[in-house]
Write a protein that binds this ligand. Structure first.
Ligand SMILES: *Cc1c(COP(=O)(O)O)cnc(C)c1O
Length: 374
C-alpha cells in the first residue's frame, strides 16, 4: 500500500530526543528556546513562540490581539476545523467566507463580502501550503483596523513574494503535527516581529508566569515568579524541540523533493481530462504539503469512486480539505453561501506525496488514475 503521507524521520531525530532525555531537561527548556530562534531565523521574523500545537497557537494569537467575546473573526470554512475552533476557544464568533477555486484560499473579495462592524480579525489560511494573496488581504484589512492572523499550519517552507511565509503579518501560526511537512509529533509555533505580542504570548502559554522554569533554573539568586494573568499550559517539551531542530535542517531538501514530485504529477496527469492540478500562484511558491487535485467531469469517476478504485490498487488517498460549516459542531451556525467551498470539499482528492515516495510509486499512481479513463 502506498500511504498518502509518511514523515521523513531518521536516526538523528531519535538521537536528538534521546540526548534531551539524558540531559534531564525534558519539559520546556533550552532546546525549545533554540528551536524558537531557529524557526524565527528561517522565516525572517524577530521572535518565535513555541506552543503545544497550531490550534493553541491560534487561540493565543487571538487572545493577545484582544479578539474575544463579541468579536467576529473571518475564516475559511474550507480548512481543518481547528481554524474555526480557535475562534470559539477565544470566545469569538467564526464567520465563514468562501475561497478561490485556484488556490483554495480566502481572497480580499470573499473576505469583504462578509465584513460587519463586529469584524475584528481575519485568519488567512495557506491551505495545504498554497500561499494566499497576503498583500490584497492586508490592503483590505489594515486600513479598517482588522487584524490579520495567518494560519500557516501547513506552510513552513512556502514563500510569498520571494521570502518565507512567517514574516508578512504580526502573528503567523505553524503546526508540527505529524501530518505537516516537518514534525515534532505534536507542536506549534507563532512567529512575530512584535516584541510586545511575543512577550505576552510567552506569558500566556505558561500559566501567566512572569519567569519561566528554565530562567529560574539558570539564575543563581532565588527568583520568585508571579502570575500576572490567567494563562494556559500550552508549552512544547524539549524532547519535541530536539526533534524539531533536526527536522528544520531537512526542510529545504523536503520542499525541493516535493516540488519535483509535484512537477512529475503535473506531467503524469496532464492529459487526463477533468483534473485540475495545483499550481504556484503569481505571488509565491507552495511547499506542496499535500497534493490536492480537483476531480470534475469529464473525468469518468466521482472523487469518492476514484478514492475507492485507487484503494483497490493499493494506493491510499484522502478527501481534500474539509468544509467546517458542514460538520455537526457547526450545525445551525449561520453563514453566507459557500459554493466554491462546497464544490471543492466534494471534488478534491489528496494524492500521495511524501519524501520517501519513489518515482515508480508515483508512476503507479499516475497510471492508475489515467487508466480509469476508458
Ligand atoms: C493541521 C492544521 C491545523 C491544526 O494544527 P495542530 O498543530 O494539529 O493543532 C490548523 N489549521 C490548519 C489549516 C491545519 O492544516
Amino acid at each position: 500500500m502506498i500511504p498518502v503521507m509518511r514523515p521523513w524521520l531518521g536516526q538523528e531525530e531519535g538521537e536528538a530526543a534521546a540526548e534531551a532525555i539524558r540531559s534531564g531537561w525534558v519539559a520546556q527548556g533550552p532546546r525549545v528556546s533554540a528551536f524558537e530562534e531557529a524557526v524565527a531565523n528561517y522565516v525572517g521574523a524577530d521572535r518565535g513562540v513555541a506552543c503545544s500545537s497550531c490550534t493553541t497557537a491560534l487561540h493565543l494569537a487571538l487572545l493577545v490581539l484582544g479578539v474575544g467575546s463579541g468579536a467576529e473573526v473571518v475564516v475559511p470554512s474550507l480548512s481543518f476545523i481547528a481554524t474555526a475552533n480557535a475562534c470559539r476557544h477565544a470566545g469569538a464568533t467564526p464567520v465563514f467566507a468562501d475561497v478561490d477555486h485556484a488556490t483554495q484560499n480566502l481572497t480580499a473579495e470573499s473576505i469583504e463580502a462578509v465584513l460587519t462592524p463586529a469584524t475584528r480579525a481575519v485568519i488567512v489560511v495557506h491551505q495545504v501550503g498554497m500561499p494566499a494573496n497576503l498583500d490584497a488581504v492586508h490592503e483590505l484589512c489594515d486600513s479598517r483596523g482588522i487584524h490579520v492572523v495567518e494560519d500557516a499550519a501547513c506552510a513552513l517552507g512556502s514563500t510569498y513574494r520571494g521570502s518565507p511565509i512567517g514574516q508578512h503579518s504580526d502573528l503567523v501560526a505553524f503546526s508540527f503535527h505529524a501530518r505537516k511537512v516537518i514534525t515534532t509529533g505534536e507542536g506549534g509555533m507563532i512567529t512575530t516581529s512584535r516584541q510586545d505580542l511575543a512577550d505576552r504570548l510567552v506569558r500566556l502559554r505558561q500559566h501567566g508566569m512572569s519567569v519561566s522554569a528554565y530562567d529560574r533554573h539558570i539564575t543563581v539568586a532565588p527568583l520568585h515568579e508571579e502570575y500576572l494573568e490567567t494563562g494556559f499550559n500550552y508549552r512544547m517539551t524539549d524532547v519535541q524541540a530536539a526533534m524539531g531542530l533536526v527536522q528544520l535542517g531537512r526542510l529545504a531538501e523536503l520542499v525541493e523533493k516535493r516540488r519535483r514530485q509535484a512537477t512529475a504529477y503535473q506531467e503524469l496527469l496532464r492529459s487526463v481530462p477533468g483534473l485540475t492540478m495545483p499550481q504556484d500562484p503569481p505571488w509565491g511558491t507552495t511547499n506542496f504539503q499535500s497534493y490536492s487535485v480537483v476531480v470534475d467531469r469529464p473525468y469518468p469517476l466521482s472523487r469518492d469512486e476514484l478514492m475507492t478504485r485507487l484503494s483497490g490498487r493499493g494506493i491510499s488517498t484522502r478527501r481534500g480539505v474539509m468544509a467546517a460549516h458542514r460538520e455537526p459542531a457547526f450545525s445551525g451556525h449561520p453563514h453566507a453561501p459557500l459554493p466554491v467551498t462546497e464544490h471543492l470539499a466534494d471534488h478534491t482528492i489528496l494524492l500521495p506525496i511524501f519524501h520517501g515516495m519513489t518515482d515508480s510509486e508515483q508512476d503507479r499512481v499516475g497510471s492508475a488514475i489515467g487508466g480509469f479513463v476508458a
